[in-house]
Design a protein around this ligand. Structure first.
Ligand code: AMP
Length: 588
């Protein structure tokens, strides 16, 4: 198709606003395109030359376009700028100016030709590139008709605004084939595996709609990521999905890592392989953004810690503090998502990549395989002594209490909660279903009141905390009738270095040789160091939930220190009766 004809379609589409009308007009346009054209037109309709995840940008500001117009029509830049101010639309100005220079001979340029030139613009980099980009456009302005010029200049400016979203384009393909949108969901399934619009559209038209059944993942094309539903208790989760695989829910950055071994066939090819690297690696975000350059440490770790011909794996990247052996909060991890000073940030905030799924390996799609199989394969991919790329732990659970205990454990480790996944579930790109269920602490922020707890003991810390000599601290409430202390939480995070030091100093004065008699503590909660009842901490939590492990019968979800209550004696701490009432009122 000639670009001029394409431009008149764009003009036609611009006159309508309902999605249905746009879909119909796009379908008509598609029906007149050659399949090769259909592979690129979806991108032109969106003001691009390739899928957004390729990161090919025009990098042209309005000023460069003004220059191109001035150059093409032999005008001064201020004159063009003034004209644009009067019309308020650069596209319209270029159209009018082109009309005024009708003496220039129009050429019949094809869509393919113009696309090729636009592609060249995205490839120009470095010194003088703004000029070469403007030159390319200027030359096109001199060759194309006025209407084509109008739409051409809107493409690099991202001002087409035709309402041609990915979904509308898929609707239009369905409309072209059967006159309605009924095939869209079928085509969309393929698009979710390979969100390369041009490729999908061209394939469907060339091979028929059943081709979508055969479309499988491709290393270097991000797959739409699967999402989770939410429930608010272990019991609800087990009731809904039965036996499940429970993993920690990390509060980091979801990344999809694409790995392809370089094919080194001979000396000649070897030169193209950078620094004798084994793998070409690409990293994508949940929004399908290519972010490889932000994570050089993950790229390096793939070299050392992964073994395959090719693979696509998914996981969560988190900042990691090697001295304390703990993950960093999201606010720190997110500092790794930056374009500049990447090396410095990587040094300051080293990452762990907690891999939890495998979508493709050694030339074979894993999407249709049950989760248990994908996990097993993922394990085979990662070296057992890997340090940056880790297999996320998982446990098969059928008992809601066990699920809650894991939730408490991970919250205690400063994580976000848990993910419970159906062991037999396949990976459904882009879907949000009950095959994955999240249980997060933030949904259960139901406790308005704080609880005053007595420090009963603590565990020796790891890493940096080992220097403090204190890690997690066991706290309890007081049962007046039996005059006993019953456990309610183990606090492992949320305290400043200063607070840890104070707690340690205060505890040291009250250390007990063995567990004090007035303590009732389950075996799982035994501490390295016991402390006589003396120190009272005011503790905030998200929820009070029933517990089989804590002897008060309750557990505080996501407990964190509000302040030291030096003014309170241990008998003044919150009592078991008060907790019972608090838990009931929270429920109501
Ligand atoms: P949502 O997008 O709200 O459905 O929540 C799912 C998000 O949790 C994912 O996008 C991941 O970034 C994150 N996440 C953390 N840990 C896991 C895990 N073990 N499995 C899957 N997603 C996880």
């Amino acid at each position: 198709m000639q670009f001029a004809q394409f431009a008149s379609y764009l003009h036609d589409i611009e006159t309508v606003s309902s999605r249905l009308a746009i879909t119909e007009k796009l379908a008509k346009l598609f029906s007149e395109l050659h399949t090769d054209e259909l592979a690129v037109v979806p991108y032109l309709l969106q003001g691009r030359v390739a899928p957004a995840y390729r990161g090919l940008e025009f990098g042209m500001a309005e000023k460069s376009l003004l220059k191109a117009a001035a150059q093409a029509f032999g005008l001064d830049l201020p004159d063009v700028a003034r004209h644009v101010r009067t019309t308020g639309d650069l596209g319209e100005s270029v159209e009018t100016l082109r009309r005024a220079f009708m003496s220039m001979e129009e050429k019949t340029l094809s869509i393919a030709h113009v696309y090729g030139e636009l592609y060249r613009i995205t490839q120009a980099t470095g010194e003088g590139s703004q000029e070469s980009k403007a030159n390319i456009l200027a030359f096109l302005f001199t060759q194309l008709d006025p209407l084509s010029c109008k739409y051409l200049c809107r493409i690099p400016l991202g001002q087409l605004r035709l309402g041609a979203s990915d979904v509308t384009i898929l609707d239009a393909v369905s409309w072209m084939l059967v006159g309605d949108k009924s095939l869209r969901s079928k085509i969309e399934k393929a698009y979710q595996v390979r969100p390369n619009l041009g490729y999908i559209c061209a394939q469907v038209v060339k091979m028929g709609v059943d081709v979508v059944e055969t479309i499988s993942p491709q290393v270097g094309t991000p797959i739409l990521m699967m999402k989770a539903e939410r429930l608010s208790s272990g019991a609800e989760i087990i009731k809904k999905i039965g036996q499940c695989m429970v993993e920690p829910k990390y509060d980091g950055l979801r990344l999809q890592v694409h790995i392809q071994k370089y094919k080194v066939q001979g000396a000649e090819h070897k030169e193209q392989v950078p620094n004798d690297k084994k793998y070409s690696v690409e990293i994508y975000t949940r929004g399908l953004e290519l972010v490889t350059h932000m994570y050089p440490d993950i790229v390096d770790a793939v070299e050392r810690e992964v073994g395959c011909t090719n693979a696509i794996m998914e996981g969560e990247a988190l900042g990691y503090d090697e001295t304390t052996d703990t993950f960093l909060p999201f606010q720190q991890t997110i500092q790794r998502k930056r374009k500049h000073d990447v090396a410095e940030a990587a040094k300051r905030i080293p990452l762990r990549f907690m891999a939890f799924d495998l979508l493709y390996m050694n030339g074979e799609s894993c999407l249709h395989k049950p989760l248990v199989e994908r996990k097993a394969q993922l394990q085979s991919l990662i070296a057992s002594d890997a340090s940056t790329i880790r297999l996320s732990p998982h446990e098969q659970v059928t008992d809601p209490h066990r699920l809650e205990a894991l939730f408490d454990q991970y919250i205690g480790e400063g994580l976000e909660g848990i993910m419970a996944k159906r062991p037999e579930s396949v990976y459904k790109p882009g879907a949000r279903e009950f095959s994955w269920v999240k249980l997060k602490r933030s949904y259960s922020s139901k406790v308005n009141d704080t609880v005053d707890c007595v420090v009963m003991g603590y565990d020796a810390g790891k890493g940096k905390r080992a220097a403090f000599g204190i890690g997690a601290v066991l706290v309890g409430v007081y049962e007046q009738s039996a005059q006993r202390y019953l456990t309610i939480a183990k606090i492992g995070t949320g305290m400043t270095d200063e607070e840890w030091k104070t707690l340690k100093a205060n505890s040291e004065k009250r250390i007990a040789k063995s567990k004090p008699d007035e303590y009732t503590v389950a075996k799982e909660m035994e501490c390295d160091v016991w402390v006589h009842p003396h120190i009272v901490l005011e503790v905030r939590s998200d929820e009070i939930t029933q517990s089989k492990i804590h002897t008060s019968g309750w557990s505080l979800r996501f407990p964190r220190l509000e302040r030291f209550r030096a003014d309170k004696r241990p008998h003044d701490a919150t009592t078991k009766d008060e907790i019972d009432t608090l838990a009931v009122s929270q429920k109501n």
